[in-house]
Ligand binder design. Structure first.
Ligand code: ADP
Ligand code: ZN
Ligand code: ZN
Length: 754
């Protein structure tokens, strides 16, 4: 294994470990005499903690009890078990997770747990072992008994396969039973043994042919900048690759990764959660073979574990994956790519908070590597960094093949409402376009802005909506199982027959879910083959893949779905994209709602007309004058940026200020308030230089979630250092004044303030 020199503790000794608990410190344990083996930094350890046993991580090794350990030696507990001889966490990842935990005012132990494949600490995730057969010699033993035909076939088959095969494969391919193999084993001609086999997520898949095009001049120029930086030994450099959708960014990434391999270094590419399409995964296998490991959430835990081990062993030197893949244990990393770098799925939305894009930049920094952030709609922060020279700016202004970007039109739903005299989900104009597109034998995508979309139940008599008992949030109606579901806490109830508030029978179903839209379309266009893609109904692995592959292969005419179909896919026969209810995002009280709406529309427009035919994009909206829509319609990023950056500066938002959102949560509102007020006073006391603006405590936009009240304090600071200083001092001070820090959740660089 190509690891650096093992750091071994002389046994017995002491180790410092961090545990996956919300505590900002390490704990000391004794390594009991006779434990045997060795402990390396980064190894997982089974450790007693309070009354439980937890999996912790070795972060310090000492032969003597360190002088700064305060507790009595007799109180120090023993390590129960060393779980890895060869740690899955490399020294580089140890450092990176420590930095990340610190940057996000988070917890190292939790960060390490998040950095490893899910479920790895459970007993369920174990290497898969199978029986295998190996040829020892073709010379028979002293008995000189001639080989039977079957035995000879087995030997020939093994010889043809390099001398080694799985037991079951021999049986299947030689068409024999187990007994001739066992006889050969008894005679010492073959050996039957147990082997680790890697579960391959793409086993049995068809791979596309490899396309080999010549890069356009723009692509070549971008690639040259990246590769010449790559060839400069161990120098950190960051690029922003700003290329319209369909401009060939992916091709640049792939060639840059090939270049990293040729330079003897490894490469990591991050993609948004839902963009790692089956088509793309297969393409990567065609190009990189078994040198690529793919990590994404649709893999089974076993598959993910095996991909991870291939990386750790150095068998896979290219990694493509979603958020947590930023911590993949690649050695000698030379290139990191973050595709669709603006995407909010890079942000982990629960503790430990981190943004994989920002961690990728820091990893490149530590490793002396190149980082490329790519997007058609860069995040405000990234574009600002390019403008101020922190990142090198590369642009791909045109679509491949000289096709213009799809023309986007806004459909004013206020007009549609006036003419129809009621709310309709699908405007006549959109329906007309669907019909025309289908008549030409081309495909359609209809996009809804949100999961499940806001279909809810309203009482026409008293006007009340049906709300979640834990969260005070309107429940979403799911037609298929006739249930009301809370999308925050998963609370479910049957649809009531009468209003629980006034007993009226006049319940009204508002809004359109993906199911409803798909049903309406199916009724209107009985001849069209229509499918919907959405997380609620497609939890099971592979189901989304199946639908997408079928659509890509022309087996479907129309796809209805949420955001997950908006990104990353390349369907050349799609010439119409319709967006329903784009406005939902604009109504949210959030600093990034305009940016997100702009990005969504631009991404969606990029799905239309990717082949040789011109595409069309129709956007239904109640706010056609909003600047996010005006600029998105023309795909005018620069125009949008100029307006949005003024707004950010005026209101003291990133990139000009660093934000922290502190959520104080508790079931008892009075208790939450008390803690929030103590913390606010401590923050004011710590903010002596008046470098930070502090707002709140105030009820959060989601003021009650999962049965907890939520109060929010927002800090806007001039820079990160002053923010962390103020926070650290204030948290310590608040605790001495009786603030219960378990109720306090700090989020640095929040993506939204809700
Ligand atoms: P982006 O990632 O910028 O959205 P892609 O990399 O998906 O764009 O490229 C869009 C399409 O153009 C893809 O079908 C891709 O195979 C094709 N393509 C990319 N580069 C070239 C090239 N130099 N010549 C011909 N086709 C290309
Ligand atoms: Zn009512
Ligand atoms: Zn709820």
């Amino acid at each position: 294994m190509p690891t650096s020199k093992p750091i071994t503790s002389p046994l017995p000794g002491y180790i410092e470990a961090v545990l996956p608990v919300p505590l900002r410190r390490a704990f000391t344990y004794r390594v009991p005499e006779g434990m045997g083996g060795m402990i390396r930094l980064g190894a997982r350890l089974k450790l007693p903690f309070g009354r439980r046993n937890l999996t912790g991580y070795a972060v310090g090794l000492h032969s003597e009890l360190p002088a700064d350990v305060q507790i009595d030696e007799s109180k120090i507990k023993d390590v129960i078990e060393v779980m890895d001889d060869e740690p899955l966490i490399t020294p580089e990842i140890l450092k990176l997770t420590q930095w990340t935990a610190d940057y996000y005012a988070s917890f190292w132990g939790e960060m390490l747990k998040a950095a490893l494949p899910a479920g790895i600490n459970s007993d369920k995730v174990r290497p898969q072992r199978r029986k295998a057969v190996r040829l020892l010699s073709t010379v028979t033993d002293g008995e000189d008994k001639p080989l039977t035909d079957q035995q000879q076939w087995i030997i020939d088959l093994l010889t043809a396969n390099g001398g080694k095969m799985l037991f079951t494969d021999v049986i299947e391919q030689a068409d024999v039973g187990a007994s001739p193999i066992n006889t050969l084993a008894k005679r010492g001609i073959v050996e039957v043994y147990v082997q680790d086999v890697m579960r391959d997520p793409l086993v049995g898949a068809d791979f596309p042919d490899r396309d080999d095009f010549t890069l356009t001049d723009e692509q070549q120029a971008a690639l040259d900048s990246i590769t010449s930086a790559l060839k400069t030994d161990s120098m950190f450099k960051a690029f922003l690759l700003h290329g319209v959708t369909g401009s060939g960014k992916t091709e640049v990434y792939i060639r840059a990764m090939q270049c990293a391999l040729e330079a003897g270094r490894s490469a990591l590419m991050l993609v948004p959660e839902i963009a790692l399409t089956p088509v793309f995964s297969r393409r990567l296998r065609t190009i990189f073979g078994s040198n690529v490991a793919i990590l994404h959430s649709n893999l089974s835990q076993g598959e993910r574990f095996d991909e991870w081990r291939r990386i750790r062993r150095g068998d896979a030197r290219i990694v493509i994956g979603t958020r947590s893949a930023v911590f993949a244990p690649l050695e000698n990393i030379g290139l990191l790519i973050v595709d669709e770098e603006h995407d909010s799925s890079y942000r982990q939305h629960e503790s430990p908070f981190y943004n994989a894009r920002d961690v990728a930049v820091m990893r490149a920094h530590f490793a002396g590597a190149i980082v490329v952030l790519g997007s058609a709609t860069p995040a405000m922060e990234s574009f600002y960094n390019a403008q101020t020279g922190k990142y090198t700016y590369l642009r791909l202004p045109d679509r491949i093949g000289g096709l213009g970007l799809a023309e986007a039109q806004l459909i004013d739903m206020r007009e549609v409402f006036k003419q129809a005299g009621k709310d309709v989900a699908l405007s006549p104009e959109l329906l007309e376009a669907v019909k025309a597109t289908h008549a030409k034998g081309e495909q359609v995508i209809i996009l809804l802005n949100r999961r499940g979309f806001s279909q809810f139940v309203l009482c026409r008599t008293c006007g009340e909506t049906m709300k979640c008992k834990n969260c005070d949030i309107t429940l979403t109606f799911h037609r298929r199982d006739s249930k009301l579901i809370c999308h925050y806490c998963n609370y479910r109830e049957k649809v009531p027959k009468v209003c629980p508030h006034c007993q009226s029978e006049y319940l009204y179903f508002v809004g359109e879910g993906t199911e409803n839209i798909a049903d309406q379309l199916a009724k209107t266009f009985p001849a069209m083959k229509i499918a919907r893609v959405d997380r609620d109904t497609m939890s099971h692995k592979g189901e989304i893949d199946e639908v997408l592959l079928k659509f890509a292969g022309g087996g479907l005419d129309l796809l209805v779905g949420t955001q997950m179909i908006a990104k990353g896919h390349d369907f050349p026969n799609v010439t119409l994209v319709g967006v329903i209810s784009v406005d939902i995002g604009l109504g949210l009280p959030d600093l990034r709602s305009a940016e997100r709406t702009f990005q969504l529309i631009t991404q969606v427009a990029g799905r239309s007309g990717r082949g040789t035919k011109a595409g069309k994009v129709l956007i239904q909206t109640y706010y056609p004058e909003h600047y996010a829509l005006r600029h998105a319609r023309k795909q005018d990023y620069d125009g949008f940026y100029k307006e949005e950056i003024k707004f950010r500066e005026r209101l003291g938002y990133p990139p000009f200020f660093v934000l922290a959102s502190i959520m104080i949560k508790h079931r008892d509102l009075a208790y939450a308030s008390k803690n929030a007020n103590v913390l606010r006073r401590s923050l004011d006391a710590a903010n002596t230089a008046r470098n930070a603006r502090i707002l709140g405590p105030a009820p959060a936009s989601l003021s009650r979630l999962k049965n907890e009240y939520r109060l929010q304090i927002i800090i806007k600071a001039v820079n990160r250092r002053s923010l962390r200083e103020t926070l650290d001092i204030a948290l310590a001070d608040a605790e001495t004044h009786g603030c219960d820090l378990r109720t306090v959740n700090v989020e640095i660089d929040p993506v939204n303030l809700m």
